[in-house]
Design a protein. Structure first.
Length: 275
């Protein structure tokens, strides 16, 4: 283990995954002292693309793996990691935690800057897409951002996820436990985390994205989790923006993964000079 500027980063052994990708495990410490675990898909390029997973997901989500493989074929190094409280990373899972995940991403960017790598793009899917947009609204050090199927209207979808009268129930008991069909508690939604979620204003955040930052929003035409209207709102307010709607794609792009990776790679390659 080696310490560097108060942030810990350790390299694990290189292994080959089931997909045939060579992966090197890297551990980076966030500003809470928690270890974030990620996989570096090394091609030898100085430039690197950071991939961010969605809600209750991980670096091993098939979309992240597919994007890493596609980037590798183009000679681009990628790093996909687990946000704190998810996957192999330390910390407690929280329902909202958006700004903590922004700080996780900042720790990752700073780590690679410290080892003389250039983060050429950040990409996030679903909740991860919201995180990369919030990052771009706060920090102006990344000039290519890819937002895949994230949420603009933070109020929408809460009733489907939490049930009816979720606000009253949360205020009464202080929390709501979200359970599986078999009654197992999947995660707890506290009043504090619910209010954090609802207080995020994506309109205001997107107006703060630097005009020199090129943003791509990709959304599926039949997204069953986040409505396509959210993507249209991003297109209205982000200063330097491109919108791509993939016909027939659902939230996970399960039947359109090839088209998704093609759109993303084309955008990243065109904008690599913006570093």
């Amino acid at each position: 283990k080696k310490k560097r500027k108060k942030r810990m980063a350790t390299g694990g052994m290189i292994r080959v995954s089931n997909s045939g990708i060579e992966e090197k495990k890297i551990i980076i410490e966030n500003n809470c002292g928690e270890k974030l675990v990620g996989l570096l898909q090394e091609t030898g390029s100085k430039q690197i693309v950071i991939l961010c997973h969605g809600f209750r997901d991980s670096k091993k989500y098939s979309m992240m793996v597919d994007l890493a493989l596609a980037l590798e074929k183009q000679g681009l190094t990628s790093f996909r990691f687990d946000f704190s409280g998810n996957g192999e990373s330390e910390g407690l899972f929280q329902f909202s935690n958006y700004y903590k995940e922004v700080n996780d991403l900042k720790a990752v960017v700073q780590h690679f800057t410290a080892v003389n790598r250039v983060t050429t793009a950040i990409l996030g899917h679903s909740k991860g897409g919201t995180v990369v947009l919030l990052y771009a609204s706060l920090y102006h050090d990344i000039h290519t951002v890819v937002n895949v199927s994230s949420r603009y209207n933070m109020d929408s979808g809460l009733e489907d996820r939490l049930g009816k009268n979720y606000m009253e129930r949360t205020k009464k008991d202080g929390f709501i436990d979200i359970k599986s069909k078999k009654g197992k508690v999947l995660y707890r939604v506290t009043e504090e985390s619910l209010m954090e979620w609802m207080n995020i204003n994506m309109h205001e955040a997107c107006l703060k994205v630097d005009q020199n930052c090129r943003v791509l929003t990709v959304h599926g035409s039949i997204d069953e989790v986040i409505p396509i209207e959210d993507a249209l709102e991003f297109a209205k307010i982000i200063p330097n923006h491109e919108l791509r709607i993939i016909e027939g794609a659902n939230h996970g792009y399960s039947n359109c993964r090839g088209e998704l990776t093609s759109v993303v790679l084309d955008f990243i390659k065109v904008n690599m000079h913006r570093v």
